[in-house]
Design a protein around this ligand. Structure first.
Ligand code: NAP
Length: 264
């Protein structure tokens, strides 16, 4: 199924579920930046919440807010029963520690899945796993390559694939080109999340039945969005950019929000 259809269907199911709830699940979005890309992501999240019958509130602070003030605001939201889920939009101003803010959101409400003690999976890897499952990808014993080892994508992606008994190899900027070619050439699943436009191209060889998941979002010289892979690689399946992992990530956030509501 195309990702667009998978997400549309998933949202319709969530909306039906929410209809039976006593009150609307409520997402609090905390923003302390003046970043146009963040503004666009937030608009998307508010729209998604409305579409499934949930509520989203934006709490916006000036970029001059201190770390202590932001911590205090999040701690208040943690104990406010009105909010089921809390997310802090990144990036944060440089004087504020991202690591500290991530662990300030209570694990029960951390629907972004960033808290080490939380029970929610981070949205991008969760969305990818759910989609692969719906596509009938048989994880066990498959060779999975994850390109990129960031805290929000690469590392949790590798962890979730390992949980499903894939043979996981994580490649990064210090991996030699020769080793990249070797592992990519043997992979049944390639998740690429490095932020380099068209990095996966025809200089590598691929298993013809490989599944490529393209997480990258790169603004090209043409002003359009491009993935970390060139389109139409010689593989069985490849997710598009745009209209791919970005949609899965947004949907996974809504699923986490509904789970947080049910747990309250
Ligand atoms: P990040 O924090 O910048 O990390 C990039 C990772 O890629 C690092 O681990 C880096 O290795 C590795 N890397 C860089 N150049 C490489 C190369 N030439 N070969 C192999 N590895 C290389 O990135 P991120 O936050 O994970 O995001 C990655 C991409 O995904 C970006 O384009 C971002 O916009 C996109 N993204 C999309 C979504 C979505 O919902 N679609 C969500 C999150 C991110 P080192 O660790 O060695 O430096």
């Amino acid at each position: 199924m195309l990702i667009k259809e998978f997400v549309k269907l998933g949202k319709e199911n969530l909306a039906k579920e929410v209809e039976g709830f006593k009150r609307k699940p409520h997402l609090l979005i905390v923003q302390a930046n003046e970043n146009p890309a963040s503004d666009a992501y937030i608009r998307g999240k508010i729209k998604d919440a409305e579409e499934i019958g949930a509520k989203a509130t934006l709490l916006r602070f000036p970029v001059t807010i201190t770390e202590d003030e932001l911590v205090e605001a999040i701690q208040e939201a943690n104990v406010n029963p009105e909010y089921d889920g809390i997310i802090v939009q990144l990036p944060l101003p440089r004087h504020i520690s991202e690591a500290k803010i991530k662990i300030t959101v209570s694990p029960e409400k951390d629907v972004d899945g960033f808290h080490p003690l939380g029970s929610f999976d981070p949205c991008t890897p969760k969305g990818i796993i759910d989609y692969l499952e719906s596509e009938g990808f048989a994880f066990e014993g498959k060779n999975a390559v994850v390109l990129g080892r960031s805290e929000i994508v690469g590392k949790p992606m590798a962890r979730l694939l390992l949980k499903r008994s894939c043979n996981v190899t994580v490649l990064h900027s210090k991996t030699s080109e020769q080793d990249k070619a070797f592992y990519i050439g043997h992979a049944d699943l390639i998740v690429v999340a490095i932020g380099r436009e068209g990095f996966l191209d025809t200089r590598f060889s691929y298993k013809p039945d490989a599944f490529v998941v393209d997480v990258g979002i790169n603004r090209g010289e043409d002003g359009k969005l491009h993935g970390d892979a060139i389109p139409n690689l010689p593989v069985a399946k490849q997710t598009p950019v745009p209209g791919g992992v970005g949609l899965l990530t947004r949907f996974a956030l809504m699923e986490n929000l509904i789970r947080a509501y049910k747990k309250q």
